[in-house]
Design a protein. Sequence first.
Length: 301
Amino acid sequence: MNIPASLQAHYDTGHTCMAVGLLLQRADGTTMGLTSLSVPRKIDITPWNSLPWNLAGLTSFEFSPLHGLTFGTLESTAGFEVDETSFVTLNNGQTFLEADLLAGRWFAARFRLFLFRWDVATTTIADDIETLKVGTMGQPKVESARITMELRCLKQRLQQPIGIVSQPTCRARLFSTGSGQCNANPTGFRHNLTVTGVTDQGTFVCSGAGQSVDYFGAGNVKWITGNNAGIEMQVSSFASGTFVLTAPAVLAIQVGDTLIAEAGCRKRLGPDCRDKFGNVPNFQGEEHRPTADRILSGVGG
């Protein structure tokens, strides 16, 4: 990361007035600023407004001091190993709500970790800030007294599989677009529903869902209102208007909550790709490939 000339001159004096800043933004757009400084600091962060960030209009964004905030050791490597650090804060139920953390609202949130001068009247990105790391947040560790948040650098994306592996079921994510993707038309397969009954944290009823058995199985629901608003969950099974989630919701599901339910796909050629979605030309599996037993059985085996 480049160091502004004026900030380098400040470093060269040997008497620095620097503090740590941390900018966070969740997938739902919620943005938070934290600092190791003992008082709030407002900074124009619009120069950082580039995809995937959405920082438009934040010309006087406040970075708030957080009691008990400490950062781990920051390391940078020249190879492709993921550089990681972390920060720890008190689990006081104010800045980071435990329910939000367990529900996954902060997982993969974007972060920018930086140093800034606090002895100037106005801190600017052009003259007074050195960015240390940019990346995404990992899994939080929630304890009774403190919360530890993992910070992963951009090299984390290089850990994702590249290429394809031959398999009998479809590899593509439902309704994904592009070469080698599903490319099915989602029209008619996403349904706006309202919860009319709740059995437990993983089972609820939508009386308006009259689709056939397993129609939403292996699909997703995205909550529009209620405690879980903005969170997506996977459906394990569906029958007679009753949804069973793969994992129980952390936050309470209540009657009247609204959601968008997406038809499920169990990645099979016949029952799903052909009969349900009419999308056989885009099937991304090899259902008819011979198994190892068939190949080794020999002629007439």
